[in-house]
Design a protein around this ligand. Structure first.
Ligand code: PMP
Length: 355
C-alpha cells in the first residue's frame, strides 16, 4: 500500500519524543517511576467526587471555588491564583504566553523531562544549564545564561529527578540578577515534602509579591495524591497569570478535579500525617543507600536519585527483575519514588546486591 500524503508537521515537533510515562506495574510490583503518592484517596475526597456537579454540565471555566479556597489559604486575591489540568499545563501556558520565535527559555539540566518541549512548542529556543556536580541548580550559571532574548527562566526546587532544593538566600540573589521583564517560574511541585529550613518557599515567603516576575507553581498530583484527576495551580501577579489563562485550553479542569482539590485542602491534618510518613521513609531510604556506599544527593522530595552513571541500564534491569518499576535516565542515573513501606526494603536489597 502506498503511504498517503499527510499534512506537514513542524519539523521540530515531529522530532520531539512523546511524554515518557513510567511503566504500569503488575500485581506484585511497586510502581516507583512517577513520584506518585502511595496512599489510597481520603474518604472525604471520594465523597466529594460522588457529589460532583452533574457531568452533563460543563465545569466552571475559571474554577472560581478552588481559586477562592487557595486564595484564602495563601492570603491572596483569587485573581492571583490560576488553576489548570496539572501544573505541566501551566508550564506550557506560561511559556506560550511569554516566549516565541527567537526567544530563549533557560532551565537547569538534568531537570523535569517536560521542560525541553516547552520552548519548542512555543517556537522558542531552550537553553540548558548543567547542574553542579552535587546535582543542584547552578543559579550563578543560570543567571549568566540570561541574554536579552531570554523571556523565561525555570527553577525547579526540589529538583526532579535529583532531589536537592534551592535555598532562600540563593534564590534571592538569583532574582536580583535576572531582569524584571523576564518571567521566573519557580516550580515547586514537591514543596510539601521539603523539611530543610533554609529551602526557598515561594508561597510561604511571598516571593511573588516582592517580585512580580516570579510565578510559583504547585500541584495536587504529589503530596495531595490526586495525580489521576489532573489539577495544579500557580500563584503570582494577576496580569502575568492572565497570559496563562489566555493560552490555556478552556474548561480543562473538570468539576470532579476541582471538588477533590477543595476536599483535599480541607483535609490538611490527614495529609500532613501522610507527608510525614513519606518523609520518614525517604530518610530511611537515603540513609540505607548511603550506608551501602551509594552517593545519593540530599533529596527533599518524594523520590531519591541513584547516580548510577554508565551502569544505569544494568542497575535499572536489576530493579525491573525485582518487580520494582523505577525511572532510569540512561548514562546518568535512576530516580526512585518513595512509595509503600515494603518497597523501601526491596529497593535497599536490590541496591545492595549491585555493589
Ligand atoms: N513539575 C515537576 C518538577 C514535576 O516533576 C511534575 C510531575 N512529574 C510536574 C511539574 C507536573 O505535575 P502535574 O502536571 O501532575 O501537576
Amino acid at each position: 500500500m502506498t503511504e498517503p500524503t499527510l499534512p506537514r508537521i513542524r519539523p521540530e515537533i515531529a522530532a520531539l519524543p512523546p511524554y515518557r510515562q513510567g511503566k504500569q506495574a503488575g500485581p506484585d510490583a511497586f510502581k516507583l517511576s512517577s513520584n506518585e503518592n502511595p496512599f489510597e484517596p481520603l474518604p472525604s475526597v471520594l465523597e466529594a467526587l460522588q457529589t460532583t456537579t452533574p457531568i452533563n454540565r460543563y465545569p466552571d471555566a475559571s474554577a472560581a471555588a478552588l481559586r477562592a479556597r487557595l486564595g484564602e489559604k495563601y492570603g491572596v486575591e483569587p485573581d492571583a491564583v490560576h488553576v489548570a489540568a496539572g501544573s505541566v499545563s501551566i508550564l506550557h501556558q506560561l511559556v506560550l504566553g511569554t516566549a516565541s520565535v527567537g526567544d530563549e527559555v533557560v532551565y537547569a539540566w538534568r531537570s523535569f523531562e517536560a521542560y525541553p518541549s516547552l520552548p519548542l512548542v512555543a517556537g522558542a529556543t531552550g537553553v540548558q544549564v548543567p547542574l553542579t556536580s552535587g546535582a543542584r541548580h547552578d543559579l550563578d550559571a543560570m543567571a549568566d545564561a540570561v541574554t536579552d532574548r531570554t523571556r523565561v527562566v525555570i527553577v525547579c526546587t526540589p529538583n526532579n529527578p535529583t532531589g536537592p532544593v534551592v535555598s532562600s538566600a540563593e534564590f534571592a540573589a538569583f532574582v536580583a540578577r535576572v531582569p524584571q521583564d523576564v518571567l521566573i517560574i519557580l516550580d515547586e511541585a514537591y514543596a510539601e515534602f521539603v523539611t530543610a529550613p533554609d529551602a526557598v518557599d515561594g508561597l510561604g515567603e511571598r516571593v511573588f509579591e516582592r517580585h512580580p516576575n516570579v510565578v510559583v507553581l504547585r500541584t495536587f498530583s504529589k503530596a495531595y495524591g490526586l495525580a489521576g484527576l489532573r489539577v495544579g495551580y500557580a500563584i503570582g501577579h494577576p496580569r502575568v497569570l492572565d497570559a496563562a489563562r489566555t493560552t490555556g485550553i478552556p474548561l480543562s479542569v473538570t468539576s470532579a478535579a476541582e471538588r477533590a482539590a477543595i476536599a483535599s485542602l480541607d483535609a490538611e491534618a490527614e495529609l500532613r500525617e501522610r507527608i510525614s510518613v513519606i518523609v520518614e521513609r525517604r530518610t530511611r531510604l537515603i540513609g540505607g543507600l548511603r550506608a551501602q556506599g551509594w552517593q545519593v544527593p540530599d533529596s527533599q522530595a518524594n523520590f531519591v536519585w541513584l547516580p548510577a552513571g554508565e551502569r544505569t541500564d544494568e542497575v535499572a534491569a536489576a530493579f525491573d527483575a525485582a518487580d520494582l518499576i523505577v525511572r532510569p535516565f540512561s548514562g546518568d542515573g535512576i530516580r526512585i519514588s518513595v512509595g509503600e513501606e515494603e518497597s523501601i526494603d526491596r529497593v535497599l536489597a536490590v541496591a545492595k546486591s549491585l555493589l
